[in-house]
Design a protein around this ligand. Structure first.
Ligand SMILES: Cc1cc2nc3c(=O)[nH]c(=O)nc-3n(C[C@H](O)[C@H](O)[C@H](O)COP(=O)(O)O)c2cc1C
Length: 367
């Protein structure tokens, strides 16, 4: 592969994706031409509703690629191709010399940007920091903030209720069991348990309990099994941060393109937060459960789950206003240590297929 292209893709792969799934593969067609083949996990991941969280990740990847390209004086032109199944969207990326193009300063933060799930400083963000983060998402998207103790407490309660759904439905259990790598500080294609934000004892207990669904149900029913993790992973970190944010789109995103555009915005926001020395943790699952509730779409065979999702949706609207319904991303930010443990990425060789040996199939008809 062309050395410059390899360098760009090597940086681009550090884009974030839900549960570190890296739902993209690169097909190199020339030294300045490639295709990004996306996929989603909707068939086995309850959080990947209609593949939209994966589309957010696709957008983050494309934005990171475009930013990385600027460091070589290259402008990326990105176009989604027709003729591919909705579950496997494909983008063609052309890189062109642009001598007057300045390197994007966010490129320096691509590798250091990482999710921090541990408690952060409660020091409020400065008005300048908030203005910089608003500027990062552009004029069409709005960033809303919840900062006071009372507001953070309301978010802590919301996230505590939300994680009750996550820890008690079998559909989420399957996901958690598959995506956590136990006894690990780093993980190429999963989340290492040490990056979850739980102490060593809680991690041991979680590893034991998550071995089987009957064990989860027993702990949940008789030993208040959800309380420890919910307090440690949701409630306390939600209080311990500078602010919660909600990014609101100009109109509620609908298809692949809207969500991928939103993903580009999210990545600029996250990289900008990193450039301000702020740490960030997304809290995306409440938005997903609220979307299930809005669409009245059953997502679990556990009785009562839809009622709980409805309650999450109502709480979101109460807290953030009707804008919550058009939001693309939510999370918390604040000053904090660089995480000691993190997800790494699959090597470029595993993510790349050089034409013409592409394993990707094209559908005959347009989606
Ligand atoms: C669309 C999307 C949703 C995410 N949702 C959550 C979330 O709800 N909670 C969380 O702790 N991390 C969430 N993450 C963070 C990912 O787990 C994380 O980016 C991934 O594991 C890679 O780790 P890194 O960001 O440290 O490189 C989300 C990331 C993306 C792109």
């Amino acid at each position: 592969m062309d050395a410059i292209l390899a360098d760009i893709l090597d940086l681009a792969r550090w884009a974030p994706s839900g549960d570190n799934t890296q739902p993209w593969r690169f097909e190199v067609l020339g030294s300045r031409l490639l295709r990004v083949h996306g996929f989603d996990t909707r068939d086995h991941c309850v959080y990947d509703l209609d593949g939209h969280p994966s589309h957010l990740a696709h957008g983050a990847l494309l934005e990171t690629l475009a930013i990385a390209a600027t460091t070589h004086g290259l402008r990326a032109t990105i176009q989604r191709l027709g003729g591919f199944a909705e579950e496997q969207p494909c983008w063609e990326v052309t890189l062109e010399e642009a001598p007057r193009l300045a390197p994007d300063p966010l490129a320096a933060f691509i590798k250091t940007r990482s999710v921090q799930r541990r408690p952060l400083s409660t020091r409020p963000l400065s008005p300048e920091q908030k203005a910089t983060l608003q500027a990062a998402v552009g004029p069409e998207y709005q960033v809303q903030w919840k900062e006071s103790f009372a507001e953070r407490l309301a978010m802590a309660r919301l996230l505590f209720a939300n994680s009750k759904i996550r820890l008690t439905i079998p559909e989420a259990y399957q996901v958690h069991k598959a995506v956590i790598q136990w006894n690990a500080r780093f993980s190429e294609d999963k989340i290492p348990d040490q990056a979850l934000g739980a102490d060593a004892l809680t991690r041991k207990l979680m590893a034991f309990v998550l071995q089987s669904w009957p064990r989860v149900e027993f702990f949940n029913t008789w030993l208040a099994g959800t309380w420890g993790p919910r307090l440690q992973l949701d409630f306390i970190p939600a209080l311990a941060c500078g602010a919660h944010f909600l990014i609101v789109a100009p109109a509620r995103p609908r298809g692949v393109d809207d969500w991928a555009t939103a993903g580009r915005v999210v990545q600029r926001f996250w990289l900008t937060a990193t450039s301000l020395d702020l740490k960030l943790q997304p809290a995306h699952t409440p938005l997903v459960f609220a979307a299930y509730a809005r669409a009245d779409l059953a997502f679990s065979n556990k009785s009562g789950a839809m009622g709980q999702a409805l309650a999450i949706r109502q709480r979101l609207i109460q807290l953030w206003g009707p804008a919550a319904e058009g939001s693309i991303f939510m999370g918390r930010v604040g000053r904090g240590a660089q995480p000691m443990s993190r997800s790494t990425r699959m090597p470029l060789e595993k993510l790349t297929h050089v034409a013409p040996t592409s394993p990707f199939t094209r559908e005959e008809s347009s989606p």
